[in-house]
Write a protein that binds this ligand. Structure first.
Ligand code: UD1
Length: 457
């Protein structure tokens, strides 16, 4: 089908797409607080014991959903986590013309006929960073797109200059108009692109633009996260030609627009959710089997957890962790994969807050990503930040208090802190946690945590 003639306006005849959001978000009031938000109430818990099934990765599934724009027909995604961001991405894709349904838990069907509106509106885009991932597929396939500049977690400035300069190197004309990125290209062409930093999002957008470009695109210093390899695997199953999957040099041989086909794909397990349950076992001195977790995707983190005194046993179908009575402190620096992911950091800081000794944590990706430290200090943690370093002096236990989740991972870290805090810890801002965690409360309770979710008063 031809693309919409004007990317600034939705076609008046575009039918509203039926979709089923995974978990709709509550509306926000003027202060940004979700008006029907819940709270999570945690009491100090004994050693967690048992098995947790690790859901699919948020940072993969949202990109897989965007990639379905590349081929008409019916796509099936499996191991889809029940998280709010999947619902938000479904809403965004619905505005573009994709119908999303969830016939069974963990399964998402995405359908479209190629009759799409290449416009990503502000009210949806500002809610999740991953909305930027529709840029590459829409531009590569339809030659035009209008996308509001993205939002996402509030942990500092997150520019998209590498996304845009990569697309320009492939022949796109890009302007910024009234807060929107407006991009055109008759047909993108292959290019040699070297990123100055291995950006996850930029790698994904160039990849999904390049699959339909004329000629070969080489991406050097590409991000190597397992979620990018997952996206590449899905693109290949759709008919894309990609070499170097899992490495920092991706070579994409463009195929004719319209030649990709719909596919079925299973989402890679979520290494950040897996790390959250490892942290829960660690602070309570417990023993858990994390079914589905991939030790090969978490290698560096698991090594450092071993340095802290955790016993980690990778299995063919998961990871077993056995925690000591008290962990040892270590120093940690975040780096792009295969280094320690910045998303693990609030969990590591929480573990260090109750470990034996002093640990220094260095953030190398997002300067502002220490905002949750104040909340941890409300729970009695001894943490000082200086620029992009945090010095964490371990204490035997924390002390329960009301705290507010500032973003997804920090919210989960506050829940973990509550497990080792005397008394009661009440976490508000739970909508942040819901964006990326599939039933964190239920999963923790099933292995012995004293935790519940209550409506906010
Ligand atoms: C993704 C993840 C996020 C994770 C991050 C790093 C999703 C939805 N989010 O975010 O959870 O913390 O990877 O592992 O998958 N940058 C630029 N210019 C650009 C692009 C990025 O300066 O054009 C900077 C960013 O501001 C940041 C750093 O590069 O400081 C990393 O960004 P990037 O790897 O692109 O992360 P995201 O894809 O946004």
């Amino acid at each position: 089908m031809p693309p919409a003639s004007d990317p600034t306006h939705a076609r008046p005849d575009a039918a509203p797409a039926a979709h089923q959001a995974a978990r709709p978000e509550a509306p926000a009031d003027a202060t940004g607080r979700r008006t029907s938000d819940a709270v999570v109430v945690v009491h100090r818990s004994g050693p967690l014991q048992g098995e947790v099934v690790v859901p699919g990765a948020k940072n993969s599934v949202l990109k897989l959903m965007a990639a379905t724009l590349l081929a008409d027909g019916t796509h099936t995604l499996r191991n889809v986590p029940d998280i709010a961001d999947v619902g938000i991405m479904s809403d965004l894709l619905a505005a573009i013309g994709v119908t999303t349904t969830s016939p069974a838990p963990g399964e998402l069907i995405l359908q479209h006929s190629g009759d799409l509106v290449p416009v990503a509106p502000y009210d949806l885009v500002e809610r999740i960073r991953a909305s930027i991932n529709v840029l590459g597929p829409l531009l590569g396939r339809f030659g035009q797109v209008r996308l509001s500049l993205p939002g996402g977690d509030d942990f500092g400035s997150r520019p998209i200059d590498m996304h845009l300069s990569g697309l320009e190197a492939m022949g796109a004309t890009i302007t910024l108009e009234h807060g929107d990125v407006v991009a055109f290209a008759d047909r993108l062409h292959g290019a040699d692109i070297t990123f100055e930093f291995p950006s996850v999002g930029a790698t994904e957008n160039i990849l999904t633009a390049a699959v339909h470009a004329k000629g070969t695109t080489v991406i050097d210093n590409a991000a190597r996260e397992p979620e990018i390899a997952d996206l590449c695997t899905m693109l290949v199953s759709m008919g894309a030609e990609i070499e170097g999957i899992g490495t920092s040099r991706l070579v994409v041989h463009g195929v004719e627009p319209g030649s990709l086909r719909a596919t079925e794909h299973e989402t890679v397990p979520d290494r950040i959710q897996a790390a959250t349950y490892l942290a829960a076992a660690a602070v309570t001195g417990g023993e858990l089997f994390l079914r589905g977790a991939r030790a090969d995707h978490m290698d560096m983190l698991l090594r450092r957890f071993v340095d802290m005194g955790l016993e980690i046993v990778p299995q063919h179908d998961g990871i077993t962790v056995h925690a000591p009575e008290r962990m040892r402190s270590i120093d940690v620096a975040t780096l792009p994969y295969p280094g320690i992911a910045t998303d693990y950091k609030p969990l590591i800081v929480t573990m260090l807050a109750v470990a034996d000794g002093v640990g220094i944590v260095t953030e190398n990706l997002y300067p502002g990503r220490f905002r949750y430290v104040e909340e941890l200090c409300r729970l009695g943690a001894d943490i000082r930040t200086d620029g992009h370093h945090a010095v964490v002096r371990g204490r035997p236990a924390l002390s329960g208090a009301p705290v507010r989740a500032p973003d997804i991972r920090a919210g989960a870290a506050l829940v973990i802190a509550g497990l080792v805090a005397d008394g009661t810890t009440t976490i508000s801002g739970v909508h942040h946690i819901d964006r990326g965690y599939d039933d964190l409360v239920g999963r923790l309770r099933s292995v012995g945590a004293s935790i519940e979710r209550r409506p906010a008063r």
